[in-house]
Design a protein around this ligand. Sequence first.
Ligand SMILES: Nc1ncnc2c1ncn2[C@@H]1O[C@H](COP(=O)(O)OP(=O)(O)O)[C@@H](O)[C@H]1O
Ligand SMILES: C=C(OP(=O)(O)O)C(=O)O
Ligand SMILES: [K+]
Ligand SMILES: [Mg+2]
Length: 585
Amino acid sequence: MAVYGGSLAVWHGHCGRVSWSPSRFDSKCFGLGRPRIYLSPSKDVMGRIGCGVRAILQVDVDSRQGLSFGKDTRELDSALGLDVVSEEELREKGFLGMRKTKLVCTIGPSCCSSEELERLALGGMNVARLNMCHNTREWHCEVIRKIKRLNEEKGFCVSVMIDTEGSQIHVIDHGSPSSVKVEEGSVWFFTAKKIDGCLPFTVEANYSGFSEDIEVGDELLIDGGMATFEVIEKIDGDLRCKCTDCGLFLPRAKFSFWRDGKLVKQKYELPTLSPKDWADIDSGITEGVDFIAMSFVNDADEVRNLKTYISTKSTKPIGVLAKIESLEALRKLGDIVEASDGIMIARGDLGVEIPLEHIPAVQKEITSICRQLNKPVIVASQLLESMVEYPTPTRAEVADVSEAVRQYADGLMLSGESAIGLYGEKALSILRMTSNRMESWSRQENRQSNLWPRQVGVALPDRIAEQICNCAVEMANNLGVDSIFVYTKHGQMASLLSRNRPYSPIFAFTDTDSTRMALNLRWGVTPLLLNLTDDIEANVAKSISVLKAKGVVGEGDSILVVSDVTPESRATSTAFQSIQIKTVS
Ligand SMILES: Nc1ncnc2c1ncn2[C@@H]1O[C@H](COP(=O)(O)OP(=O)(O)O)[C@@H](O)[C@H]1O
Ligand SMILES: C=C(OP(=O)(O)O)C(=O)O
Ligand SMILES: [K+]
Ligand SMILES: [Mg+2]
């Protein structure tokens, strides 16, 4: 191990096992200049921060130095918000058995009663998603209230996400309330004019400009290939099209036009957020949702605008996730990821805009950019599609889920499988078991995570926090600690630890409810509520003793502790950050 100075001391852990010896560390400066990071086995040096020291790595290697625990934990117990599902999982499977990949379920008619929601929560649902495309606003509000009630009354920790309808050209009416078969050679009339009643072979589009820039000879794809037409005549804004590849017309099917094998980019004037979307967002803010997923994002400004709007309207932070589901969004991916609080890879609509065979590579690229930029990412759509109807998934679906887990996506999402499917709970259990299996395989096979993270912080304190988290995870992996504890107000430190995808679970203690709910989407993080004080040692002692009293942490467990609680009494520039290794005695 070497430490050298400058304005920022950098700690190099070497690969393989690190042998810890207190005599190798002391609190004097290492190397050249004045390092800002100290290594010390003694907690006495903790008091010396303030003289330019940014961080202290306190290494408690001797189990005899273990903490003495408070005697009466009853009062503390009630203060610690460890959700019932994580507690049970920890009790049953131990630290390494805890699932790291987060699960998102779309709530629909198949799973909207309190009993059904409770079963999903027990089955591992971390985030409930409400797609505002469907059903009424009142229906969605009612579901949100049920989830919040379950959290409060039954000790779950399920975050709520609403997903905007967004603007896209789609079918309003194709003459039938359900799907319609389209025969090859049949000729159909596409119009934006209001149709009274049902006319055979007539399709009503939701937007009058749907055929702008479209020429005779162009190809019209329904839902990215459910059926294909050739435009044979253009009359005013209406199109007469002949089916060239038979298939199905589903309700609200989406259009895309192609010319010479390329998507025709239509410059239509539909805003990303319609008046209805804004009203849905307002109601989401009122209901206290944790995330808003923005459909059909085109650029980073749209995300920033929504974030600004939320910050003026909402008393608590709400994460804005950008859904990547268009060619336009793919072109501006980096900017959009940077502007967002997270990303959803909306493979359903993305598959309408790009050839299907491009989806796997694009998914890989998006997950990797998100990890580099430290934003949570959800892989969505058709993960277990066959389970909408059948009680068992296809092998190919399980392989697709496994690949998303292997790519270290933060979250996996069920759509129709839970919303309208017959086997929603079973689909959730397939996601859970597949995640667990793939995570342990990844851990066993490639012992070393090979991300060399790009630096995301710009200001020095942020860069230091990032270095501490990178090093902390390397230490945790090399030492094989049982778990990582992090004390965090805004979740930044917890997310930086998660970004490194450690082997051990991360327990993130926060005193802020919105931070807890936001961390629910982060890979490997179990967020807990705890009253934090300026005294880091007291926070650590309190959390360990409460978990010990619950019987989920026991003697001999080793915990790597990371803290970034900034004492209110100090200047914010001297954030107090530390790494310690504790052995529970
Ligand atoms: N709140 C809801 N009410 C009724 N049906 C819903 C609801 N949410 C989702 N669904 C149904 O589940 C299907 C899958 O959901 P999702 O993937 O979110 O929507 P979409 O298929 O429109 O992209 C939808 O096509 C719709 O039929
Ligand atoms: C998740 C998606 O969005 P939605 O279900 O709202 O169409 C998708 O297109 O894959
Ligand atoms: K949507
Ligand atoms: Mg979509």
